[in-house]
Design a protein around this ligand. Structure first.
Ligand SMILES: [Ca+2]
Ligand SMILES: [Ca+2]
Ligand SMILES: [Ca+2]
Ligand SMILES: [Ca+2]
Ligand SMILES: [Zn+2]
Length: 680
């Protein structure tokens, strides 16, 4: 369920800081950045596989390896819902290029890689299929960070099939395709290509209209880098693209330049191989895999992607024969991304029945409506419990039915904890009681810090972005479910943070999100990154705040959510490998509103920490009656002081209070100002 929450949150929000709008052909570089460690490990494995030096001696590349493929068309009912013929044309182009078929564009001066592709004829359950899954979803226009959601919608075992996704746009239209590398995260395995660069029948996207985007992308899946990887690397075998017989290239070539020679450190100094499938040149320009690239891909198939081409898998996927499969009967299948909901909420079901079904009949136990005949129905659950969902799908060749037992769980969470809520990370326990950490990569995440100078107490929560190379990863601190309606008035979320950039280009981000529907939908209520997040100077060393005044304060109105008895609030770090981010002194409903700017410097409290008396200097520019309250950390009133309109200074005796954190809240008839002090 945690994973679903994260996916849904990613689905709802755009990380504009990372949006890249210039045309980039291939999004593989971003994948490498975000999967730095797994890419390097796989590269080592491939380089160390003995075939690299002895493939011919051992005859390892003599037999053709057949690779089963499944194509998932993620569309929204428009032109991007491409025809079966267009998909089949892409399979033909892949085979022309990888097998160097005579008299096709693939018949350049390169080699036959002895790799062949088969649009699978059996699904993972062994049922007859045309190898094409169609799903109507808004993810047809997706950003590459949402990639795991494509797998969540539809994915066949990546050890047995290459998952190819066809979509309408990637990253706002700036990318034609992207792919995973061997050994990477399973939920990103495969390749994604935009519909108008897929196959060679659509012919609307010249010069990328001949199907070579998929040839290029699937080569990354086999472990090839770009020919321009690492630029003009001096060692042509152990650097650059790690392929000895491809000449070094400084940066990507576009178009089809005739005499490009961007690196002169190669010996002999030859031109860039702009015809190589692993450059960015036009489709019509590309027609070469080198022997070194063939050996490298074969090494990947022998060392890492071993299962997919075995005879047993070819039999299981129907790729063991050339027999043309047609007339497959309907195979009913569906999924939802919201398997658990709050009572009263709606669930969207995605139909992913196979083999061009023409009619559907859904049955929803416990939901309204209880049946539907549309492709992707949305139904509402008003009753607690677990409920079955059934789908009957029909095509010209048969009818199929599938029932998922207890698929949807409808919960009625008891009311969250009453306000006020406060967390200062002072307990040595981390995460503190009630807080959940969401750390989907099991890597660097929120931790307790006692080294910095904190605005409250001796500790805070910190996340170390400086050493985090898993760019784009989110780490959330989820506060306990809160009953915002328990508060008299509008509650505010307040917290303090400290951060420094490590470089102008790094854009770590702090987001605050709130859900009032059991985590199905989250709304962003706070977002800062880059300079607006920074509180200290840019530095390449770990940022450690050395003063409590360097921290900034956030005051976020929860007015739109104040009637919720069950709000989920989470603070999310989106890492970009920048620097340490600290959060401390989180409060909700400690005050009904803070107007920092209007009243700044109007009130001062001292000393802090205090032992016997806490003093307030009141420059009461509004000349209004002031109400002053002294609250403990739980928001309980422990002193009530009323005062006249004059400017004055008062002392409040506190010797009898136990040691700890307290708040002084001043109400001037319009605004609440809250100050914190420590009694010791
Ligand atoms: Ca090379
Ligand atoms: Ca050269
Ligand atoms: Ca603290
Ligand atoms: Ca993490
Ligand atoms: Zn690429």
């Amino acid at each position: 369920m945690q994973r679903n929450l994260l996916f849904l949150f990613l689905f709802t929000f755009q990380f504009n800081a990372n949006a890249q709008q210039e045309f980039n052909f291939c999004g593989f570089e971003k994948y490498v950045q975000q999967n730095f460690h797994s890419v390097n490990e796989a590269n080592e494995t491939i380089l160390n596989y003995p075939q690299k030096v002895s493939s011919h001696k051992h005859g390892l590349t003599d037999t053709v390896k057949i690779i089963p493929v499944v194509v998932h068309v993620i569309h929204n009912g428009g032109i991007e819902n491409i025809s079966d013929e267009q998909i089949e044309s892409q399979l033909r182009v892949l085979n022309e290029d990888f097998r160097k078929i005579a008299e096709t564009n693939g018949d350049g001066s390169g080699v036959d890689t002895k790799i062949e592709f088969c649009l699978s004829k059996k699904n993972p359950e062994g049922k007859c299929t045309n190898g094409i899954v169609r799903i109507q979803s808004l993810l047809t226009n997706h950003d590459s960070y949402e990639r795991p959601m494509l797998s969540q919608l539809s994915s066949w075992d990546p050890d047995r099939y290459v998952n190819i996704y066809v979509v309408k746009t990637i990253d706002g239209g700036s990318v034609l395709g992207y792919a995973s590398f061997p050994g990477g995260p399973i939920d990103q395995d495969g390749l994604v290509v935009v519909y108008n660069a897929f196959g060679d029948t659509l012919n609307v996207n010249a010069p990328y209209n001949l199907g070579r985007t998929a040839t290029h992308e699937i080569s990354h899946w086999f472990g090839l880098y770009h020919t321009f990887n690492n630029g003009c690397a001096a060692d042509t075998c152990n650097d650059g693209d790690y392929v000895c017989d491809t000449p070094p290239v400084a940066t990507a070539n576009f178009g089809c330049p005739s005499n490009a020679n961007s690196c002169s450190n190669d010996f002999p100094n030859v031109n860039d191989q702009v015809e190589n499938y692993m450059d960015y040149t036009n489709d019509a320009c590309k027609n070469i895999f080198t022997a070194g690239q063939r050996d490298r891909m074969q090494s990947t198939l022998n060392a890492i992607r071993f299962e997919i081409w075995q005879d047993s898998n070819l039999a299981a996927t129907g790729c063991d024969s050339d027999e043309v499969v047609s007339n497959c009967a309907a195979v009913a299948d569906f999924i939802t991304l919201q398997p658990q909901v709050c009572v009263g909420n709606s669930v969207l079901f995605y139909n992913k029945s196979l083999n061009n079904c023409t009619s559907f009949l859904w049955s929803f136990t416990g939901a309204n409506p209880s049946s539907s005949t549309i492709l992707n129905p949305t139904v509402t659950y008003n009753t607690l419990g677990s409920f079955d969902v059934k789908l009957i799908a029909t095509n010209a060749f048969g009818t199929d039915s599938v029932t998922f037992i207890n698929y949807i769980t409808v919960v009625n969470p008891s009311a969250g904890i009453a306000l006020p809520y406060h967390e200062g990370f002072e307990s040595s326990l981390f995460p503190p009681a009630g807080i959940t950490i969401e750390n989907s990569d099991n890597g660097i995440t929120w931790e307790r810090d006692t080294i910095a100078v904190h605005p409250e107490g001796i500790a805070s929560a910190k996340i170390n972005n400086l050493i985090n190379t898993n760019y784009g990863q989110t780490d959330a601190m989820i506060l306990p479910n809160l009953n915002l309606s328990s508060f008299n008035g509008t509650p505010y979320l307040t917290f303090k943070w400290a951060y420094a950039k490590s470089d102008a280009l790094y854009t770590d981000q702090l987001l605050v999100l709130i859900s009032t529907d059991c985590g199905v939908n989250f709304t962003q209520i706070f977002s800062k990154s880059g300079s607006s997040l920074a509180t200290g100077p840019t530095q390449i060393t770990p940022y450690i705040p050395d003063s409590n005044t360097i921290w900034k304060s956030a005051n976020v109105s929860l007015a739109n959510y104040e009637s919720s008895s069950n709000a989920i609030i989470k603070l999310v770090n989106v890492t970009d490998g920048g620097n340490n981010l600290y959060v401390d002194d989180i409060g909700i409903g400690i005050t009904t509103g803070v107007n920092e700017t209007a009243n700044e410097n109007t009130f001062t409290i001292f000393p802090n920490p205090a032992t016997d008396f806490i003093n307030l200097t009141l420059v009461n520019k509004f000349q209004s009656a002031l109400e002053i309250s002294l609250l403990d950390v739980l928001g309980k009133n422990v002193r009530e002081i009323s005062l006249g309109k004059a400017n004055s200074q008062i002392s409040i005796p506190i010797a009898d209070l136990s040691d700890g954190i307290y708040f002084i809240r001043i109400f001037d008839g319009e605004h609440f100002n809250t100050y914190k002090f420590i009694k010791n």
